[in-house]
Design a protein. Structure first.
Lengths: 419, 292
């Protein structure tokens, strides 16, 4: 039997955005225009064209002819650059905004989590906000009643439950918001970037909770820029590029495609004067590299400068799946390239010793910060490589940061007399 | 391994294997249905939002809910001094203070409900952009929450009636209907204004002007009996608040205004305002999240 949870057919979404204003040449023009414009807008309104009245005549397609199916129990990562249409897709799926064309069939109750603590009111107490927020997310009062204690415990705000939320620290507010949302139990869950907020502990907790949800056999759509988190949580992926589906399939392939094809395009478009060209790890082109934790890493990167640059800094950055920086190394350009970076294509080789990191996913990239003059600060980021670390020995347990392999030695020094 | 976080066990949800989709999302076309059944499903949200508006309304104010009374009461005093005393406006043979206060009670409810609901969608923009629920819940809960002010002001009215020794007539059984009429008028106008306010923030400047203007064209400081022609008096009911105000005086104070025809006209106008407001709101609803 067909086991489809979400069937999306030919969804498009047209947005109206403001036209770029004409540039007024003189002060007099500006003044005249500001007198004439209201009349022109009112005239547009009377002619039955409200869009002209609000300067919203320019349009663009945030989504263009999107079609896909999602099975029950599938955890799908939605990947794409900023503006690729990820958030719009989630908003259409959660009925916040209506599609311009197309049809979506949802086989189950949908819960959307696009923000932590939506609708929290600072003047209300923690208890009141739990009920309000729960109702906003679609929970019934009985449902909230039965989960109330769990929510409070998860958020760790027992002592402050009768305190107005405005007296909460921002961390407590976020925890409470996430706790309510985490206890929402729809068949289909739609999540957008909620992990991007809060301190590291909180992010870790959110990720853990997401992992639980994913393992409970629920259908989840997960949007994040954190590729390692996507890799860890999702089985399949949808890669969006400029409002269209660029790929639909396994998450490993989706990530590889995204990092190899879609990301580099940005880099080339944005910085044709200077910037990173390619990145390889252990001789492998961007994507996911599987390596043992006791091995060193070699990065190869190509850096193009079309003109000379006086000063800048190179960074080597490694982050874990929840965005903690494991490695953050800076080097001034003159230390390795002389007083000025001459135009040319440079081949960088960066060698890392064995890091003994705990098994898991890490993101590695290089950065160049140009500080040519006092006023110019420009950042160039290389593509990133996702490193999937594994331990060569089975004795390493989860939950630690590092996994160096201690050597064990036992000698019997004295025989104790037992009575 | 010991779990680092409290582990919360949930029964896995039962997968739904139904041939019929639970929900179909399609672009809406033409005249949309009002979806009142869906609003009913979200009645708990409506309840919590109303409770929120009520409990937040007078937080961090010094005199709190007394504001609900001060507003109509002070207006009554000013009206009594200037219109009652100085101008000598006739008050249907009733003491002027209670004559005007009886009108100010439903009026304050109406104008507050209208003002709050007109700004309600813009004020809740964050909710609209992040969660789905029937948007009608927002202006509806706003007007409902104004009901608390009405109750407080009404208590003062009862005390005043006691002091003046006025006993309500049997017509007081019409009071719930008159309150409903006030509610529908307030919400009807509120629906129009709130939906328009999403796109045209001009509404924000229109509202104070509108309520002030409406106050003067409603027989609050004066009586509709100033109009002698019966036909013209009935036409005065085109302003739905005329029917409400005259009805209140008739039902509670036994004013000899015979407002039957006025109330009939007012009810019809109010109904038209309300239903058209509902349809306009529903029609604009799909654009709220994109525009607000």
């Amino acid at each position: 039997m067909d086991n489809v949870a979400i069937r999306v057919a030919g969804i498009s979404k047209l947005f109206r955005i403001g036209v770029s204003r004409e540039r007024y040449r003189t002060f007099r023009d500006t003044l005249t225009a500001s007198f004439v414009a209201p009349f022109r807008r009112a005239a547009g309104l009377l002619q039955g064209n409200p869009m002209a009245a609000t300067n919203l005549s320019e349009t663009f397609w945030a989504l263009k002819d999107i079609s896909f199916n999602i099975q029950h129990g599938e955890v799908v990562g939605v990947i794409g650059r900023n503006g690729a249409g990820k958030s719009t897709l989630l908003k259409v799926l959660s009925r916040i905004t209506e599609p311009t064309t197309g049809r979506i069939e949802l086989y189950g109750r949908v819960g959307a989590l696009l923000e932590v603590g939506t609708g929290f009111h600072p003047e209300l107490t923690g208890r009141e906000n739990i009920y309000l927020n729960g109702a906003i997310l679609g929970m019934s009062r009985r449902e909230i009643d039965s989960k109330f204690d769990e929510i409070v415990a998860f958020a760790e705000v027992e002592k402050f439950i009768e305190t107005p939320v405005k007296h909460y620290s921002s961390g407590m507010g976020l925890r409470l918001g996430f706790a309510v949302a985490a206890h929402l139990e729809p068949e289909i869950l739609v999540v957008d970037e909620v992990l991007a907020v809060g301190d590291l502990n909180f992010q870790r907790k959110c990720l853990g909770k997401m992992n639980d949800v994913a393992k409970q056999g629920r259908t989840v759509l997960f949007v994040s820029h954190n590729l390692a988190a996507i890799r860890e949580l999702c089985q399949t992926s949808i890669v969006l590029d400029q409002g269209k589906i660029a790929f639909r399939g396994l998450v490993t392939e989706g990530l590889a495609l995204y990092t190899q094809q879609i990301l580099p395009n940005v880099a080339r478009v944005e910085n044709n004067r200077v910037g990173w060209q390619r990145l390889k790890a252990q001789g492998q082109e961007a994507g996911i590299l599987r390596t043992s934790t006791d091995e060193g890493l070699t990065l190869d990167a190509w850096f193009l400068a079309n003109e000379s640059i006086r000063r800048g800094f190179f960074y080597c950055i490694m982050e874990n799946a929840i965005g903690d920086k494991i490695l953050h190394q800076r080097l001034e350009s003159k230390e390795i390239m002389g007083s000025e970076i001459q135009p040319g294509l440079y081949h960088f080789t960066v060698k890392l010793p064995p890091l003994w990191l705990a098994p898991g996913l890490y993101t590695l990239h290089l950065k160049f910060l140009e500080t040519d003059t006092d006023t110019r600060y420009r950042r160039f980021l290389s593509e990133n490589v996702i490193v999937d670390m594994y331990s060569p020995v089975p004795s390493v347990l989860e939950g630690a940061m590092l996994a160096p392999i201690p050597s064990w030695k036992v000698d019997l020094e004295q025989v104790e007399q037992v009575n | 391994m010991v779990p680092l976080e409290p582990n919360i066990e949930h029964p896995p949800p039962q997968p739904v294997f139904s041939a019929q989709p639970y929900l179909v999302i399609e672009p809406s076309r033409g005249w949309v249905s009002l979806q009142l059944r869906e609003l009913w499903q979200y009645r708990e949200l409506l309840y919590f939002m109303t409770v929120r508006d009520v409990s937040v309304r007078y937080k961090q104010t010094v005199i709190g809910a007394a504001w609900a009374i001060i507003q109509p009461f002070m207006t009554m005093i000013v009206f009594s001094l200037f219109f009652g005393r100085l101008a000598g406006v006739p008050s249907d043979g009733l003491p002027y203070p209670i004559f005007s206060y009886t009108a100010l009670v439903p009026w304050t409810f109406f104008s507050n409900g209208l003002t709050y609901s007109a700004n309600s969608l813009v004020g809740n923009a964050n909710l609209i952009k992040k969660v789905y629920f029937p948007r009608l819940a927002i202006p509806l809960s706003t007007v409902l929450s104004s009901g608390i002010d009405l109750i407080l002001a009404f208590v003062i009215l009862l005390i005043m009636m006691l002091l003046y020794g006025i006993v309500p007539t049997i017509n007081v059984i019409w009071l719930p209907f008159l309150l409903l009429l006030t509610f529908l008028t307030s919400l009807g106008v509120g629906l129009w204004l709130s939906a328009m306010n999403v796109q045209f923030r001009d509404i924000r400047y229109v509202v104070p002007f509108l309520t002030q203007f409406w106050l003067f064209i409603t027989p609050i400081a004066y009586s509709s009996n100033l109009i002698e022609n019966d036909f013209l008096r009935a036409l005065y009911g085109i302003n739905p608040m005329t029917g409400v105000v005259e009805g209140f005086r008739w039902a509670l104070l036994g004013a000899n205004t015979a407002p039957g025809l006025i109330i009939l006209v007012s009810s019809l106008v109010s109904l038209v305002l309300f239903v058209s407001g509902l349809y306009y709101f529903r029609r604009m609803e799909k654009t709220f999240a994109d525009v607000v």
